[in-house]
Write a protein that binds this ligand. Structure first.
Ligand code: NAG
Length: 177
């Protein structure tokens, strides 16, 4: 419930207890960082970020002009452009044997306690032993460009209003369209 209230506060713009300033992400990739983006329609070259940039908030895929910079370090998907750094969190379902189809993702100032991120080649995957998934690289982008873990199969019975996506790192100097 605390988590939901916090998310509600983020969504409504109510003051949160975490003092952090939105700074634009540099347009050139900083050493040790990567862009993360989808490469298929309808989110082709939409990039991982928060809005406003570099403050705690829900994870979205949006324009290359505001693309965030990230990396995966010790199983954490981290934004080190933000000060303090931000970590991607994954919603922990009450019933892990029968989880909801989508698990929400957001950024917080503390490390994600639920599951592990890794790269499979250039593809971002997330897994946790307690939740069985057919495809650990399956994501869904739904209303307002919000990014979710897809606990089901990729491109199978896609929830209404969502699009199946995989997300990939990209390490060219600038994010492109
Ligand atoms: C953010 O992290 C703090 C400290 O771990 C935790 O108490 C809080 O519930 C988290 N909030 C969200 C929205 O993840």
């Amino acid at each position: 419930m605390v988590k939901l209230l916090f998310l509600a506060a983020l969504l409504t713009g109510a003051p949160s207890t975490i003092a952090q300033t939105s700074v634009p992400t540099p347009r050139e990739l900083q050493t040790g960082n990567l862009w993360i983006r989808a490469v298929a329609s309808p989110n082709y070259h939409k990039y991982l970020q928060t809005k406003p940039a570099n403050v705690p908030g829900i994870a979205i895929l949006d324009s290359y002009t505001t693309a965030g910079q990230f990396n995966i370090v010790d199983g954490q998907l981290v934004n080190k452009v933000a000060n303090p750094p931000l970590y991607m969190w994954v919603e922990e379902p009450a019933d892990k044997a029968n989880p909801p189809r989508t698990l929400s993702t957001w950024f917080n100032t503390t490390k994600n306690p639920f599951g592990t991120f890794n790269f499979q080649g250039d593809t971002v995957a997330w897994s946790v032993p307690s939740v069985k998934r057919q495809n650990t690289a399956a994501w869904l982008v739904c209303k307002n460009q919000q990014l979710f873990i897809n606990t089901g199969a990729y491109a199978y019975q896609t929830p209404s209003g969502c699009a199946d996506q995989t997300i990939h790192y990209y390490n060219d100097k600038t994010a492109n369209n």
